[in-house]
Design a protein around this ligand. Sequence first.
Ligand code: SF4
Length: 396
Amino acid sequence: MASFSVRFLGCKVSYSDAQEIRERLLGDGHHQTQEGADVAVVNACCVTHEAVRKSRHAAARAARTHSRVFVTGCGANLAGDGFAGLPQNVTVVRGRSEETPDLVADAVGPIGCVQADARIDRVRAFVRVQDGCSFSCSFCVVPLVRGASRSRPATAVLAEIRRRTNQGHREIVLTGINLGCYRDREAGYTLARLLREAGKLPGVSRLRLSSIEVNHVSAELVTAMRETPTVSRHLHVPLQSGDDTILRGMSRRYTAGTFLRRIEHAEGFNLTSDVIVGFPGEDGAAFERTLGVVARAGITKVHVFPYSPRPGTRTQTDDTVPADVKKERGARLREASRAACLAHWRAKLGREDIVLVDRPGRGYGDDYSPWLVKGSPGELVHARARAVTEEGILAA
Ligand code: SF4
């Protein structure tokens, strides 16, 4: 039996990659431990230059304390030599996400089937329903490292959700690289139908979508979310820029106007987003337009990404905005996001919400706003908003 540790860097899809490798190794009878393991798995991210640097650092450090290290995930599939020059005991496992658990398990070696307790997070489970992407945003490396869009059969997704709730998970987060592309044509499932059925499964207290492109924010989807009581009133919809010339340069499939019209479907939902600052050609006026769209859309939290050219993409040789300008714009956007977030929380003062506790003293409300609340992990607590702190809403 081998002992192993698993670490992931990046998004929720990377998390579910790591989860699947971990469950395969546990299923093969290996033992997970954080300290002194034989084998380390590092599920690497490559969405930005910084993400590759951190993933490489994690692999190098693991190589000093483990006899074997396997680098998996998007970072492993990145063209070029992102992981070249690492110690001999590091293996880069290239392959599609569906194949990687087998590739790692075969390399570690089976010893027979012992079913260990497979839960990573006690309350929340990330269930991948779709992978890859067939959009081709000019800056994005994801289609190159994860392949074209593909969907899991609805029966497999619903079966996994039942397994997760049987394991005691109360919140299910449906994840994918381009979630809105989900289709099980054979069984006649769209994302809206899948969401309706998943949300009614026994044991599901809360269902959430990881993120969705604005092109897929439709009346059909939002109606399904409104009509399924367990579904969180939250949507994470990447904007990337509020300037139409920049959006064209990014090959995004909408204008700022389309974005604003489409999210009208989700009125009353808590909207969060991603924005890239410093994309080639972004001048001061373009950035002001981005700030304007973020404000008009009522986005309450922005994940800010300083643009970095990615190998193999159409903009791999373009990087015209100076680093200090990216930094200054990033700081302004984060400050605008912080102010919008606090205003959103303050608007709840005196009102009630149902909070799913996910850690001692902490949880998330129906619209994925963070709360400071008493209760045990997995508990649904009725809470009234008494005050607002930088960390969340304080329950009475
Ligand atoms: S939609 Fe665009 S940014 Fe998102 S994964 Fe696909 S190519 Fe990348």
